[in-house]
Design a protein around this ligand. Structure first.
Ligand SMILES: [Zn+2]
Length: 251
Protein backbone atom coordinates (compact mmCIF):
# COMPACT_ATOMS: atom_id res chain seq x y z
CA UNK A 1 0.00 0.00 0.00
CA UNK A 2 2.85 2.33 0.94
CA UNK A 3 4.42 1.83 -2.49
CA UNK A 4 1.12 2.62 -4.16
CA UNK A 5 0.93 5.99 -2.37
CA UNK A 6 4.58 6.69 -3.03
CA UNK A 7 4.30 5.97 -6.75
CA UNK A 8 1.17 8.10 -7.01
CA UNK A 9 2.95 10.98 -5.26
CA UNK A 10 5.96 10.59 -7.58
CA UNK A 11 3.71 10.78 -10.62
CA UNK A 12 2.25 14.03 -9.25
CA UNK A 13 5.73 15.45 -8.62
CA UNK A 14 6.78 14.63 -12.18
CA UNK A 15 3.63 16.15 -13.63
CA UNK A 16 4.66 19.62 -12.42
CA UNK A 17 6.43 21.72 -15.06
CA UNK A 18 10.22 21.73 -14.86
CA UNK A 19 11.37 24.93 -13.19
CA UNK A 20 13.64 27.27 -15.14
CA UNK A 21 15.40 28.33 -11.93
CA UNK A 22 16.21 24.68 -11.16
CA UNK A 23 17.54 24.34 -14.72
CA UNK A 24 19.82 27.33 -14.04
CA UNK A 25 21.05 25.72 -10.79
CA UNK A 26 21.92 22.47 -12.58
CA UNK A 27 23.70 24.40 -15.35
CA UNK A 28 25.67 26.50 -12.89
CA UNK A 29 26.52 23.92 -10.23
CA UNK A 30 26.41 20.41 -11.74
CA UNK A 31 29.34 20.40 -14.12
CA UNK A 32 28.38 17.09 -15.75
CA UNK A 33 24.91 18.34 -16.72
CA UNK A 34 25.78 20.13 -19.95
CA UNK A 35 27.53 17.04 -21.35
CA UNK A 36 24.46 14.81 -21.03
CA UNK A 37 22.15 13.88 -23.91
CA UNK A 38 18.58 15.27 -23.89
CA UNK A 39 17.23 11.91 -22.71
CA UNK A 40 19.77 11.80 -19.88
CA UNK A 41 19.03 15.42 -18.92
CA UNK A 42 15.31 14.63 -18.69
CA UNK A 43 16.02 11.60 -16.55
CA UNK A 44 18.37 13.58 -14.30
CA UNK A 45 15.68 16.25 -13.86
CA UNK A 46 13.14 13.60 -12.83
CA UNK A 47 15.52 11.97 -10.33
CA UNK A 48 16.45 15.41 -8.96
CA UNK A 49 12.80 16.28 -8.39
CA UNK A 50 12.06 13.03 -6.57
CA UNK A 51 15.17 13.15 -4.35
CA UNK A 52 14.55 16.83 -3.57
CA UNK A 53 10.93 16.15 -2.61
CA UNK A 54 11.37 12.91 -0.67
CA UNK A 55 14.40 13.53 1.53
CA UNK A 56 14.42 15.39 4.79
CA UNK A 57 16.85 18.31 4.41
CA UNK A 58 18.63 20.08 7.28
CA UNK A 59 21.02 23.02 7.26
CA UNK A 60 23.21 23.83 10.27
CA UNK A 61 25.68 26.38 11.62
CA UNK A 62 24.03 29.44 10.09
CA UNK A 63 23.47 27.91 6.66
CA UNK A 64 19.94 28.33 5.34
CA UNK A 65 18.41 25.49 3.33
CA UNK A 66 17.63 26.60 -0.22
CA UNK A 67 16.61 25.21 -3.59
CA UNK A 68 20.19 25.76 -4.73
CA UNK A 69 21.54 23.43 -2.03
CA UNK A 70 18.88 20.75 -2.59
CA UNK A 71 19.01 20.79 -6.40
CA UNK A 72 22.83 20.81 -6.52
CA UNK A 73 23.11 17.83 -4.16
CA UNK A 74 20.17 15.90 -5.64
CA UNK A 75 21.30 16.66 -9.21
CA UNK A 76 24.82 15.40 -8.53
CA UNK A 77 23.60 12.29 -6.68
CA UNK A 78 21.27 11.67 -9.66
CA UNK A 79 24.30 11.04 -11.89
CA UNK A 80 24.81 7.73 -10.06
CA UNK A 81 21.26 6.65 -10.94
CA UNK A 82 21.12 7.56 -14.63
CA UNK A 83 21.69 3.92 -15.60
CA UNK A 84 19.00 2.42 -13.35
CA UNK A 85 15.23 2.74 -13.13
CA UNK A 86 12.88 3.33 -10.21
CA UNK A 87 15.52 3.74 -7.53
CA UNK A 88 15.99 7.00 -5.66
CA UNK A 89 18.22 6.17 -2.67
CA UNK A 90 15.11 5.11 -0.73
CA UNK A 91 17.37 4.04 2.17
CA UNK A 92 18.72 7.60 2.54
CA UNK A 93 16.24 9.66 4.52
CA UNK A 94 18.09 12.75 5.79
CA UNK A 95 20.63 15.03 4.14
CA UNK A 96 22.40 17.33 6.59
CA UNK A 97 24.40 20.24 5.19
CA UNK A 98 27.00 22.36 6.98
CA UNK A 99 28.56 25.50 5.47
CA UNK A 100 32.11 24.12 5.84
CA UNK A 101 33.86 20.86 6.68
CA UNK A 102 33.13 19.81 10.26
CA UNK A 103 35.13 17.97 12.86
CA UNK A 104 33.12 15.08 14.20
CA UNK A 105 33.76 11.79 15.92
CA UNK A 106 33.15 8.75 13.74
CA UNK A 107 30.88 6.16 15.33
CA UNK A 108 30.08 3.65 12.66
CA UNK A 109 29.74 6.01 9.72
CA UNK A 110 32.15 6.55 6.90
CA UNK A 111 33.85 9.88 6.94
CA UNK A 112 35.79 11.70 4.27
CA UNK A 113 38.73 12.95 6.27
CA UNK A 114 41.00 14.28 3.59
CA UNK A 115 43.54 16.78 4.90
CA UNK A 116 42.23 16.03 8.39
CA UNK A 117 38.94 17.74 7.76
CA UNK A 118 35.55 16.11 7.46
CA UNK A 119 33.86 17.25 4.30
CA UNK A 120 31.25 14.52 4.34
CA UNK A 121 29.85 11.41 5.97
CA UNK A 122 27.50 8.63 4.94
CA UNK A 123 25.78 6.62 7.65
CA UNK A 124 24.20 3.21 7.49
CA UNK A 125 21.14 4.65 9.31
CA UNK A 126 20.25 6.74 6.25
CA UNK A 127 21.97 10.04 7.01
CA UNK A 128 24.32 11.85 4.68
CA UNK A 129 26.32 14.82 6.02
CA UNK A 130 27.93 17.25 3.57
CA UNK A 131 29.95 20.45 3.60
CA UNK A 132 28.25 22.87 1.20
CA UNK A 133 31.54 24.58 0.35
CA UNK A 134 33.00 21.25 -0.84
CA UNK A 135 29.77 20.21 -2.59
CA UNK A 136 29.77 23.34 -4.74
CA UNK A 137 33.45 23.43 -5.62
CA UNK A 138 33.54 19.67 -6.40
CA UNK A 139 30.27 19.55 -8.34
CA UNK A 140 31.11 22.56 -10.49
CA UNK A 141 34.30 20.91 -11.74
CA UNK A 142 33.40 17.58 -13.37
CA UNK A 143 36.88 16.59 -14.49
CA UNK A 144 39.23 16.87 -11.48
CA UNK A 145 38.48 13.42 -10.08
CA UNK A 146 37.02 14.73 -6.82
CA UNK A 147 33.33 14.89 -6.08
CA UNK A 148 32.07 14.79 -2.51
CA UNK A 149 28.44 14.04 -3.38
CA UNK A 150 29.41 11.16 -5.68
CA UNK A 151 31.75 9.87 -2.95
CA UNK A 152 29.13 9.88 -0.18
CA UNK A 153 26.29 8.53 -2.31
CA UNK A 154 28.58 5.75 -3.59
CA UNK A 155 28.95 4.76 0.10
CA UNK A 156 25.15 4.74 0.31
CA UNK A 157 24.91 2.36 -2.67
CA UNK A 158 27.61 0.20 -1.09
CA UNK A 159 25.47 0.10 2.08
CA UNK A 160 22.50 -1.44 0.27
CA UNK A 161 23.66 -4.92 1.29
CA UNK A 162 23.54 -3.84 4.95
CA UNK A 163 27.21 -2.94 5.24
CA UNK A 164 29.41 -0.21 3.76
CA UNK A 165 32.36 -2.46 3.12
CA UNK A 166 33.09 -2.05 -0.58
CA UNK A 167 31.59 -5.41 -1.52
CA UNK A 168 29.14 -4.91 -4.35
CA UNK A 169 26.52 -7.33 -5.59
CA UNK A 170 26.03 -7.75 -9.31
CA UNK A 171 23.22 -9.61 -11.08
CA UNK A 172 25.27 -12.80 -11.41
CA UNK A 173 27.66 -14.59 -9.08
CA UNK A 174 30.53 -14.71 -11.59
CA UNK A 175 30.60 -10.89 -11.93
CA UNK A 176 30.25 -10.42 -8.16
CA UNK A 177 33.25 -12.72 -7.65
CA UNK A 178 35.14 -10.88 -10.36
CA UNK A 179 34.46 -7.58 -8.60
CA UNK A 180 35.90 -8.98 -5.34
CA UNK A 181 39.03 -10.16 -7.15
CA UNK A 182 39.59 -6.94 -9.13
CA UNK A 183 38.73 -4.67 -6.19
CA UNK A 184 41.13 -6.58 -3.88
CA UNK A 185 44.00 -6.43 -6.36
CA UNK A 186 43.44 -2.77 -7.35
CA UNK A 187 43.15 -1.84 -3.67
CA UNK A 188 46.46 -3.59 -2.84
CA UNK A 189 48.14 -1.84 -5.79
CA UNK A 190 46.87 1.54 -4.55
CA UNK A 191 48.06 0.80 -0.99
CA UNK A 192 51.57 -0.01 -2.27
CA UNK A 193 51.66 3.07 -4.53
CA UNK A 194 50.46 5.25 -1.64
CA UNK A 195 53.21 3.89 0.64
CA UNK A 196 55.80 4.71 -2.03
CA UNK A 197 54.17 8.09 -2.75
CA UNK A 198 53.89 7.13 -6.43
CA UNK A 199 51.64 9.23 -8.65
CA UNK A 200 48.25 7.51 -9.06
CA UNK A 201 45.06 8.25 -10.95
CA UNK A 202 42.99 7.12 -7.95
CA UNK A 203 43.24 9.40 -4.92
CA UNK A 204 45.38 8.03 -2.06
CA UNK A 205 42.31 8.25 0.18
CA UNK A 206 41.07 5.10 -1.58
CA UNK A 207 43.88 3.17 0.11
CA UNK A 208 42.19 3.69 3.52
CA UNK A 209 40.04 0.56 3.18
CA UNK A 210 37.91 -1.18 0.55
CA UNK A 211 34.84 0.96 1.26
CA UNK A 212 36.84 4.12 0.58
CA UNK A 213 38.38 2.42 -2.43
CA UNK A 214 34.94 1.96 -4.01
CA UNK A 215 33.88 5.54 -3.19
CA UNK A 216 37.12 7.00 -4.60
CA UNK A 217 36.98 4.70 -7.66
CA UNK A 218 33.42 5.98 -8.26
CA UNK A 219 34.62 9.60 -8.15
CA UNK A 220 37.32 8.73 -10.72
CA UNK A 221 34.84 6.74 -12.84
CA UNK A 222 32.50 9.73 -13.15
CA UNK A 223 35.17 12.43 -13.42
CA UNK A 224 38.07 10.80 -15.28
CA UNK A 225 36.37 7.94 -17.13
CA UNK A 226 38.70 7.82 -20.12
CA UNK A 227 41.86 7.75 -18.02
CA UNK A 228 40.34 5.08 -15.76
CA UNK A 229 39.46 2.97 -18.82
CA UNK A 230 43.00 3.31 -20.13
CA UNK A 231 44.87 2.66 -16.92
CA UNK A 232 42.48 0.33 -15.01
CA UNK A 233 40.45 -1.34 -17.78
CA UNK A 234 38.91 -4.13 -15.71
CA UNK A 235 37.96 -1.81 -12.85
CA UNK A 236 36.38 0.57 -15.35
CA UNK A 237 34.48 -2.25 -17.03
CA UNK A 238 33.05 -3.48 -13.73
CA UNK A 239 32.04 0.00 -12.58
CA UNK A 240 30.37 0.59 -15.98
CA UNK A 241 28.45 -2.66 -15.39
CA UNK A 242 27.55 -1.65 -11.85
CA UNK A 243 26.34 1.86 -12.74
CA UNK A 244 25.04 0.68 -16.14
CA UNK A 245 26.50 3.67 -17.94
CA UNK A 246 29.69 5.07 -19.45
CA UNK A 247 30.50 8.65 -18.39
CA UNK A 248 33.23 8.66 -21.07
CA UNK A 249 30.41 9.24 -23.58
CA UNK A 250 29.34 12.45 -21.89
CA UNK A 251 30.61 15.60 -23.56
ZN1 LIG B 1 34.39 7.89 2.25
Amino acid sequence: MFNWFRNRRRKMILRQPWSSSWESILKANVGHYKGLSTVEKNKLQAITRIITAEKHWEAHDGLEMSDEIKVTIAGTAALLLLGVNDFYFEHVNTIIVFPDPVRRQSQGGLIVGRESRHAGEAWQNGQVVLSWRDVVSDSRNPFDGRNLVIHEFAHCLDGLDGEMGGSLTFGDTATTQRWHRVCESEFETLVRATERRQKTLLDYYGATNQAEFFAVASETFFEKPRQLKEEHAELFELLAKYYRLDPGKWG
